[in-house]
Design a protein around this ligand. Structure first.
Ligand code: AMP
Length: 485
């Protein structure tokens, strides 16, 4: 099948050809013709299958006729993380280059005003993370009653991140007569319920899940002698210094460890930078661009920040610890060994990780081989003298593993963590539709203000959950002495 067979217009076909795509992927073959008719689509597909084009192409086609009105976006794409939303925006820019469509990107960590301006001008396509969208809505910055097409991307990730109540709220603000394109890699019962409630007779398009772990990936574990992060950092340096390590992504379970590991690698002369939700948006984008261009060799990441990112093949994936959710192990190591190329995944395992390792082994149906390192990595002087605050806290003060289905009130997703950085709002074209009369009050109603406050309170509570209790960073000497027999 060719893209011409899917019923796309010459303007889109030319943009697709410029992108270098020769033929549609299976999810595109299944979803595009159905979406073009205006029917709802339930797409079961993962990142890497070409799913973004499977919803953006028909969306652009259907929006090519008509015009946006002030504060009333014509389509809405909801993505779980800032990076995913930005990635969808990049795709739209690529495919809509021959169209005159306005696009706004509402993501956390950027100031409201410039985004509000684009919405005021009229956006054909609005791409947003759920929290940021609701904030805008509550401030009276937009009306959702003009949305003709809704896309929900990575719905199961939304569930993991506690976004489902926000999604349900947003769905109730949209007009019932709309098209919904809904994508999820898996269909847990909560997602099925959402689909049954909010989609109308969707066409289900499913593409086979890739083999759990590709044969092109060689998996190793490295046993480290104790639970101290410094030992893991030494093992990590040894693992990176092996032959054949061109570049790599290093995963840590905790945001704080992402920073510690990145700083430690930098001190040892490695080209490394962190990416996680507490870093400002511009910084994250810059780091990602440098990694993609090859300027940066090692990207130290948390699962949420790296989730769904379209990063070209890397030679290695390193896991500083085993993810709490065994599925994430498969996602992590899938960053290497892509498109038939060989890749290696090296996971550092301390006794604390044994339980999580057992879950991974059960899921992937194999036990990674044990790799012995020569142990040549030396702590750098700066590292040896690292301040106590850089060291991991005692086990009792570390973040507790969270359950997979956690509520948003306990776990403010890192993607939505507030950050003060430069505005980010983008348009495909600079067309400025005629301004319209304000159709909505400027000030949010009292209950809207209080729900915004609720979200802030939940975030604050979550931050408190992560704060050390008791002695915090400082552990008195006497507690570190071995117990008497
Ligand atoms: P996605 O699953 O949407 O994240 O897409 C993964 C990657 O596949 C992206 O880099 C896309 O640019 C690329 N891609 C999407 N559709 C095609 C296609 N038909 N042919 C080749 N590459 C594609």
């Amino acid at each position: 099948m060719t893209f011409e067979d899917l019923g796309l217009s010459p303007a889109l076909l030319s943009a697709i050809a410029d992108a270098g795509y020769e033929k549609p992927t299976p999810i595109q073959e299944g979803a595009i013709p159905v979406a073009l008719t205006g029917r709802d689509v339930l797409g079961i597909a993962q990142t890497g299958t070409g799913k973004t084009a499977s919803f953006t192409l028909p969306m652009i086609e259907r929006l090519s006729r008509g015009r946006a009105r002030a504060r009333m976006p014509r389509s809405l794409v909801l993505a779980p993380t800032r990076e995913l939303a930005a990635q969808v925006a990049d795709n739209v820019k690529l495919y809509a280059k021959n169209h005159k469509l306005n696009m706004a990107l509402l993501i956390g960590g950027v100031s409201f005003e410039p985004q509000k301006k684009i919405l005021d001008q009229g956006a054909d396509i609005l791409i947003a993370t759920p929290g940021r969208l609701l904030d805008h809505f509550e401030r009276g910055g937009l009306l959702l009653t003009g949305v003709e097409i809704l896309v929900i991307d990575e719905a199961d990730r939304m569930l993991d991140m506690g976004f489902i109540p926000d999604i349900e709220r947003i769905l109730k603000l949209l007009p019932p007569r709309r098209q919904t394109l809904f994508f999820s890699a898996t269909m847990p019962s909560e997602i099925k319920h959402l689909v049954d409630t909010f989609l109308r007779d969707p066409e289900r398009v499913e593409v086979a899940r890739p083999a759990q772990t590709a044969d092109t990936i060689t998996q190793y574990i490295v046993r480290v002698s104790d639970n101290q992060a410094r030992t893991k950092r030494e093992a990590l340096r040894d693992a990176i210094n092996r032959d054949g390590v061109k570049n790599g992504i290093i995963f840590c379970n905790r945001k704080r460890d992402v920073d510690i590991v990145a700083r430690s690698l930098q001190r040892h002369g490695f080209s490394a930078a962190p990416i996680h939700g507490d870093l400002d948006q511009n910084q994250r984008m810059k780091t990602l661009a440098e990694f993609k261009s090859g300027e940066l060799r090692l990207l130290v990441a948390s699962d949420v920040a790296a989730r769904g990112l379209d990063i070209p093949a890397v030679s290695h994936v390193f896991n500083v610890d085993i993810p709490r959710n065994a599925d994430d192990y498969v996602h992590r190591i899938g960053r290497t060994g892509r498109a038939g190329q060989k890749g290696e995944a090296v996971t550092l395992v301390s006794s604390e990780d044994n339980k999580a390792l057992a879950k991974v082994v059960k899921l992937i149906g194999q036990e990674p081989a044990e790799l012995k390192l020569d142990g040549k990595a030396q702590p750098a002087p700066a590292e040896a003298a690292a301040p106590a605050s850089e060291e991991p806290k005692t086990a009792s003060s570390e973040e507790k593993p969270k359950s997979r289905r956690r509520s948003r009130s306990r776990n403010k997703p890192e993607a939505e963590a507030p950050a003060a950085d430069a505005p980010k709002a983008e348009t495909v074209s600079e067309r400025a539709p005629a301004p319209e009369k304000t159709e909505r009050k400027e000030r949010p109603a009292r209950n809207e203000r209080s729900s915004r406050q609720d979200r802030k309170d939940r975030y604050d509570r979550h931050e408190r959950d992560l704060s050390p209790v008791g002695f915090g960073d400082h552990v008195p000497e006497f507690l570190l002495r071995p117990a008497l027999p």
